[in-house]
Write a protein that binds this ligand. Structure first.
Ligand SMILES: Nc1ncnc2c1ncn2[C@@H]1O[C@H](COP(=O)(O)OP(=O)(O)OP(=O)(O)O)[C@@H](O)[C@H]1O
Ligand SMILES: [Mg+2]
Length: 335
């Protein structure tokens, strides 16, 4: 994965929560990069560390969480030769990271009600984001907000702009959320399960919209989901996460045509029908994701793996190796 042609590069990211019960390793040595105008899918079961990875990038991990490693960002107005900025080194409350959130890296969440305040109209909230990052007056911000609502397919944007979040349907709220995220033209959008709360047809529409806007605005997307089916629609490259680590990384085609890790294979067998269930249930593999607290040595998937080799897989942690060209896997079956 070595080359300098990246917009964002995460290097050995470790986000640990220092709890009374011990150290919870939510993210434990994750590395990936995303290039300009590309879509990277981050996939894995509930609790594997997807959201904490996203929170780490934006430096919004709540205490007692701590972020270590490198989060290198090439900023919008910097030249390609300029040294990237390490977000991991910034003060999470500081001015610098606040100027990056929303403007360079925006995020949309699973449930838009958590991002929109119920007390203000969606227009005011989108305008606030615009006024914070762009050099425009209130009137101009309103025009930009209406234009953005129009771009995300909101009917009657002139009227909708003065409505409160609860007046909109789930799908419309999610469109409003996307409008707010895109209003400052970020170079990277992190979408954390943005369609899970919606019904099937609306999910499909929102996915279509995001693909459309991605091309139109030329941004990069980190698309987080537990659903590999959605990944196939959205992204070019896929990182499969398990218990805080990337266990497989490849192009979408390689992941679907020739998955290597037993965990990826199990995920593929359990692709839920879009919208059927909010969470994946891996019928094809036993057990559930344990808490990443005091994990035994060896591969973190050992206890659930059908192909595990005793004495090898439960002894050391397998490294992430390039098993085939541009196809990385963390599994002793391939070492
Ligand atoms: N604020 C926190 N304090 C302590 N532990 C946390 C905190 N946030 C997350 N965790 C733990 O970190 C691990 C990773 O959680 P994370 O929310 O990143 O999972 P996820 O992959 O996003 O799952 P889901 O698909 O359910 O959203 C879990 O074990 C979770 O319990
Ligand atoms: Mg999550």
């Amino acid at each position: 994965m070595e080359n300098n042609n990246f917009l964002l590069k995460i290097n050995n990211l470790k986000t640990y929560f220092y709890l009374d019960e011990g150290i919870l390793k939510a993210v434990d040595g994750v590395s990936f990069k995303i290039e300009k105008e590309k879509v990277l899918g981050l996939v894995g079961e509930s609790g594997c560390g997807k959201s904490v990875t996203a929170q780490s990038i934006l430096r919004i991990v709540p205490p007692p969480g701590k972020v270590e490693g490198k989060i290198l960002l090439h900023q919008k107005n910097g030249s390609a030769k300029k040294e990237p900025l390490d977000l991991a080194k910034l003060d999470p409350q500081g001015k610098k990271i606040r100027s990056i959130r929303g403007k360079e890296i925006a995020m949309i969440f699973q449930e838009p009600m958590t991002s929109f305040s119920p007390l203000h109209t969606i227009g005011n909230q989108i305008m606030e984001a615009i006024l914070l990052h762009q050099n425009v007056n209130k009137q101009e911000a309103r025009v930009l907000a209406i234009d953005m609502l129009d771009k995300v397919g909101m009917s009657n944007p002139h009227r909708r702009i003065d409505e409160y979040p609860h007046q909109l349907s789930g799908g419309m709220r999610q469109r409003g959320m996307i409008a707010m995220a895109l209003s400052c033209n970020p170079s990277i959008l992190i979408a954390d399960e943005p369609t899970t709360a919606l019904d099937v047809t609306v999910q499909a529409q929102i996915l279509e919209l995001m693909k459309d806007l991605q091309a139109k605005f030329g941004m990069s997307i980190i698309y987080i989901t537990h659903n590999l089916g959605v990944i196939a629609e959205m992204s070019e490259e896929v990182a499969v996460m398990y218990l805080g680590r990337i266990v497989e990384y490849a192009s979408v085609d390689d992941i679907f045509d020739s998955p290597l890790h037993p965990y990826t294979k199990a995920l593929l067998k359990s692709i839920p029908k879009v919208g059927k269930k909010a969470k994946v249930r891996l019928d094809s593999i036993k057990g559930t994701v344990p808490l990443p607290l005091d994990l035994p040595p060896g591969c973190s998937f050992y206890a659930r793996c059908g192909q595990a080799k005793e004495g090898i897989c439960n002894k050391d942690t397998p490294p992430l190796l390039e098993a085939k060209e541009k196809h990385w896997v963390r599994c002793f079956l391939y070492t």
